[in-house]
Design a binder for this molecule. Structure first.
Ligand code: IPD
Length: 276
């Protein structure tokens, strides 16, 4: 009888390439970003300003990674997916996460996840403004510029710092955003809007936030989720359920254990976009 063994792949070399690619996309987008004050003189509208940078970033990432691994499919936020032969591996990329921040000259991130089946097997998340590179491989830990990350051990509610996103023009698409602030605010220490879901998750992994919650897209958060899990944090949807739910709905709590318990208790009954 013939026996087929599925060999575990090492993704270390792949991650090196992801990091180099994220740095290149960072340098490219920074060139656009530095000109954000041109928006005041109306050379371009905000949508064109950010979409030029977004699209160039995605093309750079796609060309570089697909050039190296031509059989792996590619899913980015800007262009239709490119399907390839390998049934298991695919890239999941957000070429600029935090587009409103970008328009306003504030921190944004570039997120590159490699998915194998339904697992993220390597992730690189880069903030070009602060030059912070977050990386993770399952079972090997999460790192920022090579330094091992641990989530905050803070269990005192009065010192919780909780991140979220706050829609402004498209409120009808995100019902309940302001009620949620009201539901969680007392007696926690702080609410912060970092302006990039990916960066918010990275901040949880390194302890700048004790937790983060939002209804957002999985391509924004795939790498951040892996970083937090590898840094000892907890990731579920708002009712404590796992990836089979939150990867579809994006209704996420990403936090240390104590903040996670607090958010589960306080978010369960507030309005949200995705049905429970
Ligand atoms: C958005 C940002 C924002 C978050 C939204 C995301 P985009 O992603 O991460 O901080 O609040 O939920 O959709 O549109 O900038 O890629």
């Amino acid at each position: 009888m013939e026996i087929h063994l599925i060999m575990p792949l090492s993704y270390d070399a792949v991650l090196d390439e992801m990091v180099a690619t994220a740095r290149e996309a960072g340098a490219l987008t920074l060139e656009h970003f530095k000109r954000f004050r041109d928006l005041e003189i109306g050379i371009k509208g905000p949508a064109d300003f950010v979409s030029d940078a977004d699209r160039e970033s995605e093309l750079l990432i796609r060309d570089r990674l697909m050039g190296r691994w031509p059989d792996w499919s590619f899913y980015g936020e800007e262009f239709p997916p490119t399907e390839r032969g390998d049934a298991e591996h695919r890239w999941l990329v957000d070429p600029i996460d935090g587009t409103t921040n970008f328009i306003n000259g504030q921190h944004y991130t570039i997120s590159i996840a490699l998915r194998r089946g339904n697992q993220t097997v390597a992730g690189a998340l880069y903030n070009p403004v602060s030059d912070e590179m977050f990386t993770a491989i399952p079972g090997q830990g999460a790192f920022m510029n090579g330094e091992r990350l641990r989530v905050s051990q803070q269990a005192d509610v009065a010192l919780f710092a909780i991140g979220t996103g706050l829609p402004t023009p498209n409120l009808q698409l995100y019902p309940g955003a302001y009620q949620r602030l009201d539901a969680i605010r007392a007696p926690i220490g702080a609410i912060r809007i970092v302006g990039s879901a990916a960066n918010s998750a990275a901040y949880v992994a390194m302890g700048r936030l004790t937790g983060y919650f939002e209804e957002t897209g999985f391509s924004d958060t795939a790498v951040g989720i892996l970083c937090v899990q590898e840094a000892g944090g907890v990731v579920t949807d708002w009712w404590g359920r796992g990836p089979e739910i939150y990867e579809q709905t994006g209704t996420l709590i990403i936090a240390n254990a104590a903040t996670h318990a607090y958010l589960l208790e306080h978010l369960k009954d507030v309005p949200r976009k995705n049905p429970k």
